[in-house]
Design a protein. Structure first.
Length: 98
């Protein structure tokens, strides 16, 4: 990722807090899949436990024990498989739609 693009991802840091605050207003029909890091510090451990149970209705989670907060770079294949399985379960696999 170019440095400028990476920097832009940090320009609006309030979004994650606003999203967290509005979680209780999200329609329960919207399914949530939490993807959590397994290698975490004390603060992150609390967040992981709180996040995964913030809204137990229509919600699931997975913990990547071999990854920290950089799951995309540390476990890309495993993450891709998990996201693919989630999407396939919800919408059907590509092969069944063709």
């Amino acid at each position: 990722m170019p440095g400028v693009q990476e920097a832009m991802t940090y320009t609006d840091m309030l979004t994650m807090y606003e999203t967290w605050d509005l979680m209780d207003t999200l329609d329960e029909r919207v399914e949530i899949r939490w993807i959590l890091a397994g290698k975490v510090g004390k603060g992150e451990q609390w967040f992981r436990e709180t996040t995964s149970w913030r809204r137990p209705v229509n919600c699931s989670n997975v913990v990547f024990t071999q990854a920290s907060h950089l799951i995309v770079m540390e476990a890309p294949e495993e993450l891709g498989k998990d996201i693919s399985a989630f999407v396939d379960c919800k919408y059907g696999s590509v092969s069944t739609r063709l």
